[in-house]
Design a protein around this ligand. Structure first.
Ligand code: NIG
Ligand code: FE
Length: 415
C-alpha cells in the first residue's frame, strides 16, 4: 500500500473532462468524461490515480479521507479573461445604460475605461493589492481556481507595471493560479488623444520592452474596436508584441465586426475574446489560425445587447469555444463562472455540457495551461470543486446563488 495525502471516495458524479490534450471542438465539447462511484488519490497537490472505489482502497492509505457520495466533483473553473485590478466601481454607468445610453456613448463622454485610470495611477501597489485580493477571494468562493488577469487601467509604463506587480503578488499570496497579461492598449489615454502615434510608440519602445525585461506578463492584449484601436493599429502593436516575445490575445469584434477575429487568426493569437459581432470569415480565420474563441456573455448581458456571440455556429464550424467572466468595473461586474455558464446556455444556446467544457478544459487551453489544469486526470493539479447538486446539469439551471460547497487548490481545501 502506498501512502498518499488524500483520498476522495465514492464520488457521486465526477466530471473528468478526460480526452485529447488540446482544445475540444464540435461534438467533443459535449463529452465530459462522466464517472460514477469512483475515487481519486491525491498526493503532493497532484492527482495520482483515479479508479473504482475498491481499487483505490486496496492500493493506497491516506492521511485524509473525503466522502464524496453526495457531491458532483469537477475541475475548478478557469476564468481566462478578467480585469480585477481597479479602484473605483462604476455602478453609475450601469444606471446610465438602464436609462438608455450605450457603452460607446458613455466611453466617448469620458466615462468608460478612462474613468478608471486616474485612481489607478494614484493608488499605491499595496492599495491595489488589498482591493483586488478581496475580489479574487470571492472568485475562489465561487469555484474559480485559475484566472487570467490583465493590466490596462494605468496606461503609463509605470502604472501598468504597478498593476502587473499586483497580479504577481496575488499569484504568490492567494491560493489561485494567475496568468498575467499586459493591456496597455486598453484605451488611448486622455493626454494622447490628439497624438495617438506617440502613445503607440510609447507602448512599442518603452512599455512592452520593459514589461518583457521584467518578466511581468506572458501575453499582450488589445481592445480592437471601432472606437478604440482599429485594425491597422492593432496589427502593428500586436506584431511588435510578438517580436518582443509576447503571445497575443485580443478583445475582438465585441460590438462591431471590424475584422478583429480575422486579424486574430492572421497573427495566430492564442485567443480572441468577446466576438459578439464576429463574421463568418472571422470564424474561419480563427479556425485556420488555431485561435480559441473565448466568449463573454455576461458582458453583453450587462451592456443590454440584443444579440450574443454565435456560439452554435462556432461549435458547428469546429472552432473551439471557451467562456470567461470579463470581470471588470465597467462593462461587466460579474465574478461568477456559474452565472457565465447559465448565460452561455440561455443566451448563446450552448448545452450545459458544452458550457462546462468551455469553462474548464477549453478555458485552460485559452491560457495554455491544459497540461496542468482543466481536467481531472492522472498527473494534473488537484484543482477540484465539490457541488452538492444532483448532476452537472444543475449548474446552469440553478442560478443567482453559489452551488459550490468546497474548493480544493493543489490538493488543499481553500473553501
Ligand atoms: O472587456 N472591452 C474592453 N475592456 C473591458 C471593459 C473595461 C471597462 O469598461 O472598464 C471589457 O469589456
Ligand atoms: Fe475585457
Amino acid at each position: 500500500m502506498k501512502s498518499v495525502d488524500t483520498i476522495i471516495y465514492d464520488i457521486k458524479e465526477l466530471v473528468s473532462m478526460e480526452g485529447p490534450n488540446r482544445a475540444r471542438f464540435g461534438k467533443e465539447m459535449s463529452e465530459l468524461g462522466l464517472k460514477h462511484g469512483v475515487s481519486i488519490a491525491i498526493h503532493d497537490g497532484k492527482i495520482l490515480d483515479i479508479a473504482e472505489n475498491e481499487t483505490i482502497k486496496k492500493a493506497y492509505i491516506a492521511r485524509d479521507f473525503i466522502d464524496a457520495s453526495d457531491y458532483v466533483v469537477m475541475p475548478g473553473f478557469v476564468d481566462p479573461h478578467t480585469h480585477p485590478i481597479f479602484v473605483n466601481t462604476r455602478e453609475n454607468e450601469f444606471e446610465m445604460r438602464i436609462m438608455g445610453k450605450t457603452y460607446v456613448e458613455i466611453s466617448k463622454a469620458g466615462g468608460g475605461i478612462l474613468s478608471s485610470i486616474k485612481a489607478v495611477r494614484e493608488a499605491s501597489e499595496d492599495e491595489l493589492f488589498e482591493l483586488a485580493k478581496e475580489r479574487v477571494l470571492k472568485m475562489i468562493e465561487y469555484g474559480t481556481t485559475t484566472i487570467e488577469a490583465k493590466s490596462g487601467y494605468g496606461l503609463t509604463t509605470e502604472s501598468e507595471i504597478k498593476m502587473l506587480k499586483v497580479i504577481r503578488r496575488l499569484q504568490h499570496e492567494l491560493p489561485i493560479d494567475i496568468v498575467s497579461t499586459l493591456m496597455g492598449a486598453h484605451e488611448i489615454p486622455q493626454e494622447y488623444r490628439d497624438n495617438r502615434e506617440a502613445y503607440i510608440k510609447l507602448m512599442e519602445e518603452e512599455m512592452m520592452p520593459e514589461v518583457m525585461r521584467q518578466g511581468l506578463a506572458e501575453y499582450v492584449d488589445i481592445f480592437t474596436e471601432a472606437h478604440v484601436y482599429g485594425i491597422e493599429e492593432s496589427r502593428r502593436i500586436l506584431r511588435k508584441a510578438k517580436e518582443l516575445g509576447f503571445k497575443i490575445r485580443m478583445h475582438a469584434d465585441e460590438i462591431e465586426a471590424i475584422g478583429g477575429a480575422e486579424l486574430a487568426g492572421e497573427l495566430g493569437a492564442i485567443s480572441a475574446d468577446h466576438l459578439g459581432a464576429c463574421s463568418d470569415e472571422g470564424i474561419l480565420a480563427m479556425k485556420e489560425g488555431g485561435t480559441i474563441a473565448t466568449l463573454l456573455p455576461a458582458t453583453l448581458f450587462s451592456l443590454r445587447a440584443k444579440s450574443y456571440a454565435r456560439a452554435r455556429d462556432m461549435i458547428e464550424k469546429q472552432l473551439p469555444v471557451a467562456i470567461a467572466s470579463d470581470y471588470n468595473p465597467g462593462s461587466c461586474n460579474c465574478d461568477s463562472m456559474q452565472f457565465v455558464i447559465t448565460l452561455s446556455c440561455l443566451k448563446m444556446g450552448m448545452t450545459p455540457a458544452e458550457a462546462i467544457c468551455a469553462a474548464t478544459f477549453n478555458a485552460a487551453c485559452s491560457i495554455e495551461r491544459n497540461n496542468l489544469i482543466g481536467s481531472v486526470e492522472k498527473g494534473k493539479q488537484a484543482d477540484l470543486i465539490f457541488l452538492k447538486i444532483p448532476s452537472y446539469r444543475f449548474i446552469p439551471y440553478h442560478f443567482g446563488s453559489n452551488s459550490v460547497d468546497k474548493v480544493m487548490k493543489k490538493g488543499v481545501f481553500v473553501k
